[in-house]
Design a protein around this ligand. Structure first.
Ligand code: EPZ
Length: 417
């Protein structure tokens, strides 16, 4: 079993570059299904979720080459299959992203309910409704969503709640449909914007990008392209918390501060000195961590994926903080692990009350999902003494070379295999 060994209590300092965004890279890889021409991608993160998506595309007949230097080549001219194996799809939620593109390109997709992080129920009913709205026959049998359509036709689709996944799948299915599709209450996350810009660069006609109403005028064909993925805002936030929680000064470069407005405001409310440039963010050493209130919400609200991470910081604030989770019903599962390190936290329904303690102390802990992993890494970096973090299969899904990046900033962290 692999684990991370961290000797905490050392301030981090220095500069690092953040990798490309996992949650933009995965749907963009899936969207490559929509063209039979060559797709070249840059700034693809070297993480296990990307390797799984590459395996899924290969299982459908695509050619995928990834050198691990952020560059990937995809060619989907010979798609032979609309039925990716359960062994891959069951490993991550984003594998369901291939459903919309397969339906649009081949007229059929059979994809099992996805697996991945256990954050509570992860239904796909809104994805299925969107496909039905576009004219597909969709049934759910033996654990698989089976969608078929001779032809997709543009339609107005009103989502009953904001969903990143359903917005992505509806958008990817609609780009080759006949006529105009309007998505109402669409997700506005930067990763959705990146996917839409990618599709437009392939020849799609999407407007309203970044707003809650996205309009897609179907086109007959999409072409190949070369495209660079946006920086990872969640990893950027994770590194900034790692700097703040160790009372260090660190700069994250090649990132976009505009993506992180609500997170930056929350860090400032927590007494942190944040300096933003055009493409970097610095957190400067601060003596105090102030208690604050966090309420997660769809973009531009506070991102649910940074909720566990900032909670680690608030566990050593001078007072009581309140964190409300509005997206996933079981996102607080990591709280028990922070308690092992000495945090004083209690959860009731969607709210977590954090009574700040002076210090955390090293202990063995386990990550149960990607962002819980980010939270535990930050907490262990600040905790006095040695910590062991297991559950690396989750951490490696979303954090590129995490131990080397943090070691570059002076952390005493080692991966033991
Ligand atoms: C995406 O998940 C991200 N994953 C998540 O990041 C992120 O936490 C989440 O969006 C919210 O920002 C990827 O991009 C790969 P949703 P997704 O559809 O698409 C409910 C990470 O660590 N819902 O916006 O699955 C759902 O249960 C991951 O990188 C339905 O009810 O999220 C949830 O409560 C974790 N029916 C809410 O909507 C549906 O058909 C939002 O989910 C779909 C969703």
């Amino acid at each position: 079993m692999s684990y991370l060994k961290i000797n905490g209590g050392h301030p981090l300092s220095g500069e690092i570059e953040v990798s490309g965004a996992k949650n933009a890279a995965l749907p963009i890889m899936a969207a490559s299904i929509l063209t039979d021409e060559d797709v070249y991608l840059k700034r693809i993160p070297d993480i296990s979720d990307v390797w799984i998506m590459a395996d899924i595309l290969r299982s459908l007949g695509a050619k995928v080459e990834f050198e691990g230097k952020g560059e990937m080549y995809i060619n989907c001219s010979n798609l032979t299959n609309f039925y990716p194996p359960y062994e891959f799809v069951g490993k991550m939620n984003a594998s369901f992203d291939v459903t919309g593109p397969l339906l649009a390109r081949l007229g059929e997709a059979k994809v099992s309910l996805p697996g991945g992080c256990n954050l509570g129920s992860r239904p796909v009913d809104m994805h299925m409704d969107a496909f039905r709205n576009l004219g597909a026959e969709v049934e759910f049998v033996h654990g698989f969503v089976h969608a078929k359509a001779n032809k997709l036709t543009g339609k107005k689709i009103q989502f009953r709640r904001v969903s990143v996944g359903a917005t992505k799948n509806a958008m990817m299915a609609a780009v080759l449909a006949d006529g105009i599709t309007v998505l109402e209450s669409a997700a506005m996350e930067p990763e959705i914007v990146d996917l839409a810009v990618f599709l437009n660069t392939m020849g799609a006609r999407i407007t309203g990008i970044g707003s809650s109403t996205i309009v897609i005028e179907g086109v007959k064909k999409l072409h190949g392209l070369s495209y660079e993925i946006i920086p990872d805002r969640i990893l950027t936030g994770t590194y900034l918390v790692a700097g703040a929680i160790t009372r260090g000064t660190i700069t994250v470069k090649r990132t976009w501060p505009d993506f992180l407005e609500s997170f930056i405001n929350a860090m400032r409310n927590a007494g942190q000195n944040i300096v933003c440039g055009k493409d970097y963010i610095t957190v400067e050493k601060s003596d105090k961590i102030l208690p604050t209130e966090i309420i997660s919400a769809p973009h531009p609200g506070f991102p649910t994926d940074l909720q566990p991470v900032i909670t680690a910081l608030l566990s050593i604030a001078d007072g009581t903080s309140i964190v409300t989770e509005n997206i996933f019903d079981r996102r607080f599962m990591y709280v028990d692990e922070l308690r092992r390190l000495g945090a004083n936290m209690s959860v009731s329904d969607r709210t977590c009350i954090i009574r700040g303690v002076k210090k955390l102390f090293g202990a063995p802990v386990k990550a149960h999902d990607i962002r819980a992993g980010g939270s535990l890494i930050c907490a262990c970096l600040s905790a006095e003494g040695e910590s062991i973090i297991t559950g690396l299969e989750f951490i490696d899904r979303g954090h590129e070379k995490i131990e080397s990046v943090l070691a570059e900033l002076g952390a005493d962290i080692r991966r033991i295999d």
